[in-house]
Design a protein around this ligand. Structure first.
Ligand SMILES: [Zn+2]
Ligand SMILES: [Zn+2]
Length: 346
C-alpha cells in the first residue's frame, strides 16, 4: 500500500509498504480523506523527529473499516469512522480525573513515532487506540471530507466552551487560517461580534464568507486601536490567538478589556516558544491568559453531529483537495495562505 513519509524538512516520500496485518484487538481503516492541519505544516517545516527515520503524518482522517481483529468488538467491517489524534494512557493523574487532553503520556496518531497517520491508503487502529483514542462513527449523510474536518472543529468548540463566548461579546480572532475561520463561525453562532486580524491578503479575502463584523490588516492598521474603537474604548471580551506568532500574544493583552480573556490557541515554534506580556495590564486589569489545547474525546462526537447538521460550514472551509500522490503540492498550498482547509483524498 502507498504511504507518504515525511523524511526531511518540507520533504515527503511516497513509499510502497507492506499491507499491514490486523491486530487481534484492533482494525484496519481504509482511509478515504485526511486533512492537512496547521500543526502538520509546522512539523513539515521542521522535519520529522530526529532519529525517527520518517513518519507518516495525518491525524484528521475518516474512512471505512476494512478488517477487524478476532477480539475487536467495538466496530464492524464497513463502519464509517472519523478519528482524532490523541491517545491517552488512562492511568496518569490527569486521565484518572477525566482530563484526557492533559494526559502525561499522550500519544498522537500521525505525530508520535510508532503511531503512523492517515496520509496512507490504510491505517491500523490498534487495541490501545480503540480503547484510549478518539474514534467515532460518522453520522449518516456526512461525507468523508467533511468528517475529516471534525478534528479541527473540536479544539475550537472546546475553546468556546471554556471562554463561555456569549451574546453581545466582542471576540477578536488573530489569524484567519482554517481554525481561525472556525472560531469566527462558532463565535458568531454563540451571538458574539467578531473582529478578525489577518496579514495575508488572500486570506483576508477568503475570510469574508465567514461573516466577521470587521476584517483588519494588522500590517497597515493598528489592531489594538481598531479594537478599542470598535468597543468604545473598552477592549474585547475575548481575544483568541489562533496563529503561531508570539508578538500577537503580546498585542492580545493590550486589546482585551479588564477582566477579559486571552486564549493562547496556537502553539509557538518549538525552537522559539518564549512570549512576553505587559504584566501590569494582566495584574491591574485582572486579565486571564488561558492556554487551550486539544479537547475532551466527547467533543469529537459533537463536532461530527454539528457538521452533519450543517452548523459548521465545512463547504466554505475546504478550498482544496489533492490525491495522496500530490501530497507535496497539498502542503505547499496549505502553507502559502492561498488555501484554507486542504484535504487529501485517497
Ligand atoms: Zn489537526
Ligand atoms: Zn494519562
Amino acid at each position: 500500500m502507498k504511504a507518504a513519509f515525511l523524511t526531511g524538512p518540507k520533504t515527503f516520500e511516497l513509499k510502497d509498504i507492506a499491507k499491514p496485518t490486523v491486530p487481534d484487538d484492533g482494525l484496519i481503516l481504509k482511509v478515504e480523506a485526511c486533512g492537512v492541519c496547521g500543526s502538520d505544516i509546522r512539523r513539515w517545516r521542521e522535519g520529522p523527529p530526529p532519529g525517527s527515520g520518517g513518519v507518516v503524518p495525518g491525524h484528521e482522517a475518516a474512512g471505512i473499516v476494512l478488517e477487524t481483529g478476532v477480539d475487536c468488538r467495538a466496530f464492524n467491517v464497513g463502519d464509517y469512522l472519523a478519528i482524532a489524534p490523541d491517545v491517552h494512557c488512562g492511568e496518569c493523574y490527569y486521565c484518572r480525573r477525566g482530563m484526557f487532553n492533559l494526559c502525561d503520556n499522550l500519544k498522537f496518531i500521525g505525530i508520535t513515532p510508532g503511531y503512523p497517520g492517515g496520509f496512507a491508503e490504510k491505517i491500523v487502529l490498534t487495541g490501545e487506540i480503540l480503547k484510549n483514542g478518539i474514534i467515532h462513527r460518522m453520522p449518516e449523510g456526512l461525507s468523508f471530507e467533511w468528517a475529516a474536518v471534525s478534528e479541527p472543529c473540536c479544539s475550537v468548540l472546546a475553546t468556546h466552551n471554556k471562554t463561555g463566548t456569549k451574546l453581545g461579546d466582542t471576540v477578536v480572532v488573530i489569524g484567519a487560517g482554517p481554525t481561525g475561520c472556525l472560531h469566527i463561525s462558532v463565535a458568531k453562532q454563540r451571538g458574539a461580534k467578531v473582529i478578525v486580524s489577518q496579514r495575508s491578503k488572500s486570506r483576508r479575502e477568503m475570510v469574508g464568507k465567514f461573516k466577521p463584523d470587521m476584517i483588519v490588516d494588522p500590517i497597515s492598521t493598528n489592531l489594538v486601536e481598531k479594537v478599542k474603537q470598535f468597543t468604545n474604548g473598552v477592549g474585547a471580551d475575548i481575544v483568541i490567538c489562533a496563529n503561531p506568532v508570539a508578538e500577537t500574544q503580546t498585542c492580545a493583552v493590550e486589546m482585551v478589556r479588564k477582566g477579559g480573556r486571552v486564549i493562547l490557541f496556537g502553539g509557538l515554534p518549538k525552537a522559539d516558544p518564549m512570549t512576553t506580556f505587559n504584566g501590569n495590564l494582566i495584574h491591574y486589569g485582572e486579565i486571564e491568559v488561558i492556554g487551550a489545547f486539544s479537547y475532551h474525546p466527547t467533543i469529537h462526537k459533537l463536532a461530527l453531529e454539528l457538521l452533519a447538521q450543517r452548523k459548521i460550514p465545512a463547504d466554505q472551509l475546504i478550498t482544496h483537495s489533492f490525491s495522496l500522490d500530490q501530497i507535496n503540492e497539498a502542503y505547499k498550498a496549505a502553507s502559502t495562505g492561498e488555501a484554507l482547509k486542504v484535504i487529501i483524498t485517497m
